[in-house]
Design a protein. Structure first.
Length: 66
């Protein structure tokens, strides 16, 4: 069984004029870390929305042989 990391539930109240700091932070991070964070969010959303880990659908095709 694969263990998943947990995300600490932390929030910070800011004014609308101070929101640029979040964008600036992610711009300083390497692309690998940004993609890792995006993948984590995507997996958590998929688990919350559909109750399963994301994966490929199986597609079956019936072919009549002669």
């Amino acid at each position: 069984m694969e263990t998943r990391g947990t995300i600490a539930k932390v929030y910070k109240k800011t004014r609308l004029s101070q929101q640029g700091a979040d964008f600036a932070y992610w711009q300083t991070q390497p692309y690998e870390k940004r993609l890792e964070a995006l993948e984590t969010l995507r997996r958590e959303y998929h688990l919350w929305k559909y109750g399963t880990e994301p994966g490929f659908q199986r597609v079956y095709t019936i072919v009549k042989r002669q």
